[in-house]
Design a protein around this ligand. Structure first.
Ligand code: PGA
Length: 220
């Protein structure tokens, strides 16, 4: 049976107390709900330390990820957080999200550089693609297919289209795991995770509500 990745992308949301409250509510997730599932939460950088401590203390079956990393290593790059710094907190990093490509002018070249640094630091990269035309680094093995018009709109792509994109990348690259993202909810998640070549989901808006997220995790 395949392992389903359930990734929460909180984007730029939640204060520290809201983050802790979310974790407390989600802490009812126990191993029996999570057979063959991997839960990965990607909060803002500022929450990583407190969330890591909470997860370890409560022994929660949750891994942490970040939504971005610096395209540079250590050094004089004011305001940046590099992959070596991140490695102490998380196992995963999302690279190439369409909001970063659009709002922060991130180019393929910059994203490939981030990918390289993340891999060198030993992080697992979830590389986002918005369609079949997007270039992925040669050794990328996890991607998230996130069509732009499905993100935050309440209009998800169809599971069949997502499957088709998954098949395409698995046939034409080193990619072995394909997640779908874009308006995933507890009501539609199983349509995606039932597809043979969809290995999980990346959830934005619906992941902010702990009860909805619990339900998504159970239904996935
Ligand atoms: P959404 O966002 O679930 O709010 O559509 C998904 C994403 O951008 O990762």
């Amino acid at each position: 049976m395949k392992k389903v990745f359930i990734v929460a992308n909180w984007k730029s949301n939640k204060t520290e107390s809201e983050a802790k409250d979310w974790l407390s509510q989600v802490s009812s997730l126990r191993d029996q709900d999570l057979l063959n599932k991997e839960i990965i939460v990607c909060p803002s950088f500022v929450h990583l330390s407190a969330m890591k401590t909470f997860i370890e203390e409560q022994k929660l079956p949750i891994k942490l990820g970040v939504q971005n990393i610096s395209p540079f290593g250590e050094g004089a790059y004011t305001g940046e957080i590099n992959s070596k710094q991140i490695k102490g907190f998380v196992d995963f990093v999302i690279i190439g999200h369409s909001e970063r490509r659009k709002n922060f002018g991130e180019t393929d070249e910059m994203l490939f550089q981030k990918f390289k640094l993340a891999k060198e630091a030993g992080l697992n990269v979830i590389f986002c693609v918005q369609g079949k035309e997007i270039k992925v680094p040669e050794d990328a093995n996890i991607i998230a297919y996130e069509p732009i018009n499905a993100i935050g709109t309440g209009n998800p792509d169809t599971p069949e289209n997502a499957e088709n994109v998954g098949v395409y990348f698995k046939a034409n690259s080193q990619v072995s795991r394909v997640l779908y993202g874009g308006s995933v909810t507890a009501a539609n998640v199983s349509g995606f995770t039932q597809m043979p070549n969809i290995d999980g989901i990346l959830v934005g808006g619906a992941s902010l509500d702990p009860l909805e997220f619990l339900q998504i995790s159970k239904n996935a």
